[in-house]
Design a protein around this ligand. Structure first.
Ligand code: COA
Length: 150
């Protein structure tokens, strides 16, 4: 049985009891390794975004966010899985759970800024690279997108 078989998934908003755990995970997995401080983790559109967390016993083990940009689509961002659970399928479960919710809400386009090492992860989930490589938060990125239900 995978180590994450018993995790629960929840869509939360800032202020929820799990939100501080989400911010802590985002900082540890996405920002601290790049030399950023905890105050650099929040986005201006935090309150307007969907926050999906994977949690167990009050601990946030994974998360992914989605910022709606119009009635049909938006940006997936802040995709993170706790270091000790990476490579065991939890990230894929988070993306699939988010996509199912987005379809329910009438969205059909998702785009994202993928860190170069994460490109194969998103490709496995049906996302395609477009445009040229670029640098963001000091590291190489590619733009990727997917049409849901295609
Ligand atoms: C990237 C990340 C979210 C992926 O989550 P994960 O739980 O480790 O990935 P999964 O185990 O669900 O992988 C799903 C599939 O993608 C593949 N995959 C994952 N990372 C990969 C990589 N770097 N290279 C090639 N394949 C990869 C897995 O092998 C798996 O393939 P399968 O369907 O054949 O089994 C996670 O590793 C992470 O948090 N990394 C650090 C932060 C980060 O880079 N976030 C993304 C920012 S854009």
């Amino acid at each position: 049985m995978a180590a994450h078989a018993d995790v629960a998934f929840a869509f939360i908003s800032p202020g929820h009891a799990l939100y501080e755990g989400e911010l802590e995970l985002r900082f540890r997995v996405l920002r601290e390794p790049l030399g950023y401080s905890p105050s650099d983790v929040a986005f201006p559109f935090e309150a307007d975004s969907l926050h999906l967390v994977a949690h167990q016993d009050g601990r946030v083990l994974g998360c992914v966010l989605f910022h709606p940009e119009d009635a049909h689509g938006g940006r997936l961002f802040q995709m993170a899985v706790a270091a000790h659970l990476q490579g065991q399928g939890l990230g894929a479960r988070l993306v699939r759970t988010l996509e199912a919710e987005l379809v329910q809400r009438g969205f059909n386009h998702v785009h994202l800024h993928a860190r170069a090492p994460a490109v194969p992860f998103y490709e496995r989930l049906g996302y395609a690279v477009h445009g040229e490589p670029y640098t963001e938060v000091g590291i190489p990125h590619r733009n990727m997108r997917k049409t849901l239900g295609a």
